[in-house]
Design a binder for this molecule. Structure first.
Ligand code: LLP
Length: 512
């Protein structure tokens, strides 16, 4: 297999899609490609080659690039303690390699289909992350004018954006029309009428896909389940033919697609396949009547939270999913791999002969991020021991909001942990890891077995790349945390920590 690479961006595709095969990478030095200056071009070419070689080696791993090296937790080739020292804590750190690896593996698995991967911006909307994905060729799923603005600011193409959300405002619809988004995913007939009216006043046409509510149980947390009849999302299956008939008759609407999304953090392939099988006949029928170009099956692929750290090693996947010694392990569905997911959805989708859109958020960025936090105090009360850390529920609300589990690992490993990559043989103790916010719900872990913690220890809260920073708030007047991006052996600040001045900056005196 020969992969010709003329731009660093191409590396996002070539090595991953040929996973486990020898790859010959040919770097073509082109002036236009690398800029006018020949010296810069050479430097860029060398950097590209280094990146390629590292990337090829890393493809052995499956889920993320967080590893202990020399007793210190590293993200790719960067010691996380260095990043924390430089930018302070609490701090989100993301691995660019992990994000690109997920994107390219999903993209490669979907190769048999005409497809677009529309990254769900809501999962992590930092411009640097959006730029990374835009450069890799991703499209975007947006849910607000603000997200569209971000995508554009990151250099993304509006013509590759689908605009979803149940309550789009006039301002947002106008903005999306002006920018000529790929499609509006419409959630109700009332919204359809509104979009038609606004498009009419602007003398433009709105490309539209209706969101079908397939009424199936995605078997996930009730707050993030969206595909059943009781949810506010989408249009009921039995209303769909009439809704499309109305849409097709509207003066300023172009019917271009069908959309659905059943929920988030789904760890089995069956609900996805079930929903597709249920909706496919309707899509086929709609396609015979209207100029339908695409079917979007939404996002929702679950990631690993419980064994987050270990799942970064290929052996973890092999041991637990293929030849697990324990029957319980074998029976328990531990994780949904990209291939299992694609294998389940491909056959019914192929038959539709339509462009297929996916809207993954968490899958692409979830395991690619950690929240670094430092232990401020150790507190012992009666039976309980607490580690009070400098991150709070305002920085990462998922444990408080969904009781969700995030694995927490110390950044400095004991030698046993180093050797075992996280399997710490040292004595452990039960401890609550809590934040400084004045709420009992401000916890990251309750009664968690941890190696003995001390004041000043740096901890990494794993799988925090999705729905972490984006859900952060200023509760308790705590400034928003900083964010950093690691790429190979380099790291950079991608969002400054807020200051106390920032907290009051937008407040104005009442005029009376
Ligand atoms: N498409 C639509 C229409 C969605 O509503 C969502 C997520 C996605 C795609 C992306 O889903 P993903 O692939 O990331 O599962 N804050 C919650 C998750 C809320 C998900 C909302 N919708 C959490 O922290 O778990």
């Amino acid at each position: 297999m020969l992969a010709t690479v003329s731009h660093r961006r191409d590396l996002s595709f070539s090595p991953s899609s040929t996973q486990n095969h020898p790859v010959l990478i040919c770097v073509t030095l082109e002036k236009d490609c690398f800029g006018e200056d020949a010296e810069t071009s050479t430097r860029d070419a060398c950097a590209t080659l280094r990146f390629a070689l590292r990337g090829a080696k890393r493809l052995e791993s499956c889920v993320h690039f967080f590893r202990y090296r020399y007793g210190q937790l590293h993200c790719e080739d960067v010691d996380l303690a260095r990043v924390a020292d430089k930018f302070g804590t609490p701090l989100y750190v993301y691995s660019a390699g992990t994000i690109l690896d997920h994107y390219t593996r999903l993209n490669a698995a979907l190769a048999p289909l005409d497809h677009l991967i529309c990254y769900a911006v809501k999962a992590n909307s930092n411009r640097a992350i959006l730029r990374l994905l835009a450069d890799a060729g991703a499209s975007f799923d947006i849910v607000s004018g603000g997200e569209l603005y971000r995508v554009l600011a990151a250099g993304g193409d509006p013509a590759r954006c689908t605009f979803a959300g149940v309550g789009k405002s006039r301002q947002e619809i106008e903005y999306a029309l002006d920018q000529r988004v790929y499609s509006f995913n419409v959630e109700s007939e009332a919204e359809l009428e509104y979009i038609d009216r606004i498009a009419g006043t602007k003398h433009s046409r709105a490309p539209v896909a209706m969101r079908v509510n397939p009424d199936i149980d995605p078997r996930t947390h009730e707050y993030i389940s969206t595909g059943s009849r009781e949810n506010k999302f989408g249009i009921a299956l039995d209303r769909i033919p009439a809704a499309y008939e109305r849409a097709a008759a509207m003066r300023n609407i172009d019917v271009v697609g069908v959309q659905m999304h059943i929920g988030s953090q789904i760890t089995e392939a069956a609900p996805f396949a079930e929903a597709i099988k249920k909706v496919a006949p309707i899509v086929r029928d709609l396609k015979s009547r209207y100029p339908i170009q695409f079917f979007s099956i939404g996002g929702g692929l679950g990631i690993i939270y419980e064994s987050s750290f270990e799942s970064g090693a290929r052996e973890w996947w092999d041991d637990t999913t293929i030849r697990s010694k324990s029957k319980r392990d074998r029976e328990r569905k531990i994780a949904l791999s990209i291939h299992e997911y694609v294998d389940a959805i491909l056959p019914p989708l192929r038959e539709l002969k339509l462009r297929i859109l996916l809207e993954p958020g968490r899958l692409l960025v979830g395991n690619a991020g950690v929240l670094l936090t430092r232990v401020r105090y150790i507190k012992q009360t009666g039976q309980k021991k607490f580690a009070i850390v400098d991150a709070g529920m305002n920085d990462l609300i998922r444990p408080a909001l969904y009781h969700s589990y995030h694995e927490i690992v110390p950044c400095k490993a004991s030698s046993a942990a180093d050797a075992g990559q996280g399997k710490n043989k040292n004595p452990t103790e039960k401890i609550d890891i809590v934040g400084p916010v004045c709420e009992s719900g401000d916890f990251f872990a309750l009664d968690r077995e941890m190696p003995e913690l001390h004041e000043g220890d740096l901890l990494a809260i794993m799988s925090a790349g999705a729905y972490g920073f984006v859900m952060a708030s200023n509760y308790n007047s705590r400034p928003l945390p900083a964010e950093a991006l690691v790429r190979g052996d380099r790291f950079a600040l991608i969002r400054k920590r807020q200051t106390w001045q920032d907290l009051v900056r937008d407040e104005v005196e009442a005029s009376w």
